[in-house]
Design a protein around this ligand. Sequence first.
Ligand code: S3P
Length: 435
Amino acid sequence: MPLALGTTAGCSLRGTVRVPGDKSISHRALLFGAIAEGTTRIEGLLPAEDPLSTAACLRAMGVAVSAIEADQPVLVKGVGLDGLQEPNTVLDCGNSGTTMRLMLGLLAGRQGRHFVLTGDDSLRRRPMRRVGDPLAEMGATIAGRSGGNLAPLAIQGRQLRGTTVRTPVASAQVKSALILAALTAEGPTSVIEPVQSRDHTERMLRAFGADLSVGSAGDTEVTITPGATLRGQDVVVPGDISSAAFWLVAGAITPGAELTVENVGLNPSRTGILDVLEQMGARIEVLNRRDVAGEPVGDLRVSHGPLQAFTIGAELIPRLVDEIPVLAVAACCAEGTSRVSGAEELRVKETDRLAVMARQLGAMGARIEEFADGMAIQGGVQLQGAEVDSETDHRVAMSLAVAAQVASGATTLHRSEAAAVSYPRFWDDLQRLQA
Ligand code: S3P
């Protein structure tokens, strides 16, 4: 659907917005609820396409998941650690890498059952051996195109054995898949990452009763000892900082803007965007810090002001991996040249986000030099309204909307509907906040 943006010349952004529930936490609440004993009640679950894919897969394996609707609690009736039934059809993970990768880990150990996972055009191009290879070290059997790297993937469930696995990339999807597989393996499993990725799985599984410890410098080693029973829990999902990111950047770059984003998850493994915006000199305040069901939460107030260029290196990437597209927009409006390196992971997200952002923002007049593992973005550039395309990527769609906010002239965004993967009400919120 082409959408006209930035037609209200000189309009600013004002008001309060509550972003939808955290996508990562929403997937996990559904999955862990499914394999627990008893009922899990989830408040604030993200009612968007990606979690709906996870719920549909679980239902196909005999798990009762109530309807997922905005502002309604979701109930999951757990079937226990080994209660998932063999589905009589293909499990469709849609656009969701988290669904597919976590399912691989969850299903590889379901003895005697066979599963086939597929997804949309984008997901069928994304690398899955990063999960399949370490799972194979635990005894898993997963087959697919390109040597088991590309979906559709077939899993023949087997009894797995615990081991020590070093993951080649800092990926919470890979780590979480291995943790899920470890829950029913023979003997303990340790997962060692190069840099710590988001730790929602560790926090939530422990709350469900799993025997899980985190150690080593930088919390990069997780050890799971099987045998514990998981018990259904009440989960409260905080707002997604990756969705808040669009408002934080929009507020920081739009003249006259003043926004409050409420109820944002502030887990330290996700707050890299706040560190970078601070580095840029953005006017951001954290208010009302609190703890909600094991996750830190706060409200964020942002207003427009002058910005300096940023430098982001490999160490920081896992803490803001999904926020680079919108930070590229912020960089266009800063003084100096911003640099991102060590970000080759962006090439295997829903799209190749380095190439897509360079191409689409480039069409708006941005000066971006693309490298194999990052980009250099020249600041102080007046963006121009243009015909742009999300290329089906939700975060690209919303990042381009933020760019359109400060562009001179109107922008037409093609395939804007991609935003529904993680933030179905984004366009309504944008319209409401435009003052
Ligand atoms: C996610 C982890 C990240 C992130 C994705 C969600 C998760 O991927 O990009 O949007 O829920 O575990 P990687 O862990 O593969 O980097």
